[in-house]
Design a protein around this ligand. Structure first.
Ligand SMILES: NC(=O)c1ccc[n+]([C@@H]2O[C@H](COP(=O)([O-])OP(=O)(O)OC[C@H]3O[C@@H](n4cnc5c(N)ncnc54)[C@H](O)[C@@H]3O)[C@@H](O)[C@H]2O)c1
Length: 336
């Protein structure tokens, strides 16, 4: 498996390193349109760097797979070009930030006959995977309601992501929680009503929503309430706040996704160290690393259960419906 990584930022750099540490994969090239990011990622990985995807594909006909880790709104062009070149794809969540883009990716992948995995990494988080198992198989799923908070501190849209104004808390955070809700509840959304506010971030020069609350009706009659803020105070003990509640007629499951059980105090306050990605024996390990290793297995033809194009298309359509509801104040149906 010979991989080109498109987007050498936080996620692309991490996936490239994980793939280099996987004996079954070889990172052949990296591509990033920012010259400083491209140069530093290429140096760190010891592979050639390219400013654009077409250039990378022309220089490396030996590529067999690509990881697409460009910003939320910039997956289409890279994914379509790589699919047309016959590469199997792992595309970061969300598949795209519009149904046209998502469908264009799906069409290109379908015509080329390549495999596509979408990076809904929380399916690899044992907390959520075990909750899903606890709640039973498709035939007996008893979930009636899922109430989920996935928030970031204001650090994320103002300092971590240079492109936050072209995304939103719904596009950046809800793909994680909505995909989990569909996966855990073994169902899909059919309609959504959403409300939100946009004051703090626009005033800070980031033209997007501060927070969004979306109430989904699911195909099995259950309900999913997703809450995502991008303006929590930076004094929070972690950069994100993840609380997940599942109700059945007789059970309640609470999952805390941000408190890993270690609370550290220092002069700046209290902190929850995060172990989502960590070093062990000189290698990186963790939830997104397990995910990219399953992408390697998928490409090698192994039978792995991973989120694919249908999941990516559904989540993009549903989050687009969230934004339509925010703009119109109406309930929006989500087509089958
Ligand atoms: N940061 C996180 O915690 C996180 C977690 C899960 C998923 N994601 C997803 O991963 C994706 C990437 O996020 P990130 O945090 O790594 O962003 P980032 O800004 O750190 O990196 C994105 C990189 O893509 C480059 N780029 C932009 N357009 C390009 C193009 N057309 N061709 C090549 N390079 C291009 C940018 O220069 C940048 O270096 C997003 O879809 C995001 O939602 C991020």
């Amino acid at each position: 498996m010979r991989v080109g990584v498109v987007g050498g930022g936080i996620r692309g750099g991490m996936f490239a390193r994980a793939l280099q540490e996987d004996a079954a994969a070889e990172v052949v090239a990296i591509c990033d349109r920012s010259a400083p990011v491209c140069e530093s990622a290429a140096r760190a990985l010891g592979v050639p760097g390219y400013a654009d995807v077409a250039e990378m594909l022309a220089a490396h006909p030996e590529l067999t797979a690509a990881v697409i880790a460009t910003p939320d709104f910039a997956h289409r062009e890279a994914a379509v070009q790589c699919a047309r070149a016959g590469l199997d794809l792992m595309i970061e969540k969300p598949l795209a930030t519009g149904t046209d883009d998502a469908e264009a990716i799906a069409a290109a992948a379908g015509e080329a006959g390549v495999r596509v995995m979408v990076g809904f990494e929380n399916r690899w988080n044992i907390r959520f995977a075990s909750a899903r198992e606890l709640l039973g198989s498709a035939a007996e799923s008893r979930v009636t309601a899922q109430i989920v908070h996935l928030n970031d501190t204001i650090h994320v849209p103002t300092r971590m992501l240079s492109w936050a104004g072209l995304s939103s808390p719904a596009w950046f955070l809800m793909p994680h929680t909505l995909d989990l809700a569909c996966w855990i509840g073994r169902t899909r959304p059919v309609a959504v009503y959403a409300v939100g506010a946009r004051t703090v971030l626009p005033e800070a020069g980031v033209d997007t929503w501060d927070r969004v609350t979306a109430l989904f009706t699911m195909a099995d009659g259950s309900h999913v309430s997703l809450n995502s803020s991008w303006i929590l105070p930076e004094s929070m003990p972690a950069v994100f706040d993840f609380r997940y509640e599942i109700q059945t007629a007789s059970e309640l499951v609470h999952i805390d996704g941000s408190n890993n059980g270690v609370l550290r105090y220092d002069a700046d306050g209290a902190h929850w160290p995060q172990y989502g990605v960590h070093e062990h024996g000189g290698r990186i390990e963790g939830v997104p690393i397990d995910m990219v290793r399953d992408f390697v297995r998928l490409v090698r033809g192994e039978d792995v259960d991973v989120p694919g194009l249908a999941d990516g298309l559904l989540i993009t359509e549903a989050i687009a419906a969230v934004h339509t509801s925010l703009e119109t104040g109406r309930v929006v149906e989500i087509a089958d």
